[in-house]
Design a protein around this ligand. Structure first.
Ligand code: B12
Length: 212
């Protein structure tokens, strides 16, 4: 090999080593399974990288791939007429009216996950969903009320529209606290709970993110 060829080859190798790190994007990722959380209860920021050369860089499918590496959980992608389709995450495969769907920043994109390019700081939620005549389930969002030990629960539809999650229940360890509020808000105070995370559930909705 000539000296010139060696220099070019070395430069190419160096570029290949540098590019993946440069393309990592910090994104919040959570994966909610049928009965339990599969990955990232608090939706912490992770470095999402894009392993596929021909796809959009850092898309919502990459977020699942990165989470699966970090969390060591199984998922499966099949090719369909619309492109790559996630037909299983963890134990449960899509079947009949159930399957795996995703949201980015609270809204459900109308295209496949590989077509949704992410921005730094985005929140990606993959979840198991049962569809019925009213569509898919709403997703719950838990937020803290100021610096208190009180929490507000809202639910988001596929468009990201937020409404109070009336009737939601908070879970703190083995303790449950029902939220109050007839129309305007679903709020409950759980008191001191050092070391325990708080979650919210509501029948027919996807469980919330967890907060300290
Ligand atoms: C049923 C259905 C679902 C079910 C599938 C349940 C199952 N058993 O697998 C569930 C609710 C899980 C689902 C999910 C999603 N869906 Co859907 N789904 C449909 C629907 C209503 C019928 C598909 C069907 O059964 N066809 C009949 C069978 C015989 O043909 P098939 O090729 O074997 O169908 C399979 C594929 O279509 C696949 N599939 C379903 N949705 C999607 C979406 C994408 C992007 C891909 C690649 C494959 C795929 O699942 C079907 C069953 O195995 C179509 C609308 C339509 N009329 O086609 C939308 C439709 C295909 N879905 C759509 C979308 C956007 C999604 C989601 C990306 C939504 C989201 N934000 O999460 C996700 C997929 C995410 C993922 N997992 O990768 C769009 C695709 C638009 C596009 N141009 O990409 C459609 C056209 C609805 C629409 N008009 O917006 N879906």
């Amino acid at each position: 090999m000539s000296h010139r060829l060696i220099v070019v080859a070395a430069a190419l190798v160096a570029a290949l080593l540098v590019v993946p790190a440069a393309f990592a994007l910090k994104v919040h990722v959570r994966v909610e399974g049928k009965e339990r959380t599969i990955f990232g209860p608090t939706a912490a920021l992770i470095d999402v990288t894009s392993p596929r050369a021909n796809a959009l860089p850092e898309n919502a499918l990459d977020a699942l791939e990165t989470a699966s590496v970090l969390g060591e959980f199984y998922y499966h992608v099949t090719q369909s007429g619309f492109g790559p389709y996630v037909d299983q995450v963890g134990r449960y495969a899509a079947v009949g009216q159930t399957g795996w769907v995703f949201k980015v920043n609270g809204a459900s994109p109308p295209v496949g996950a590989d077509q949704v390019r992410l921005q730094a700081g985005d929140t990606v939620l993959w979840y198991w969903a049962q569809f019925g005549s009213a569509g898919g389930p709403k997703t719950l969002v838990l937020s803290r009320v100021g610096k208190t030990t009180c929490y507000r629960v809202t639910s988001q539809d596929d468009n990201g529209m937020v409404t109070p999650a009336l009737g939601a229940v908070l879970h703190v360890g083995k303790r449950t606290v029902k939220t109050q509020g007839a129309t305007q808000a679903a709020v409950a105070c759980v008191g001191p709970h050092r070391g325990l995370l708080v979650r919210a559930t509501l029948d027919g909705a996807v469980r919330s993110n967890a907060l300290p």
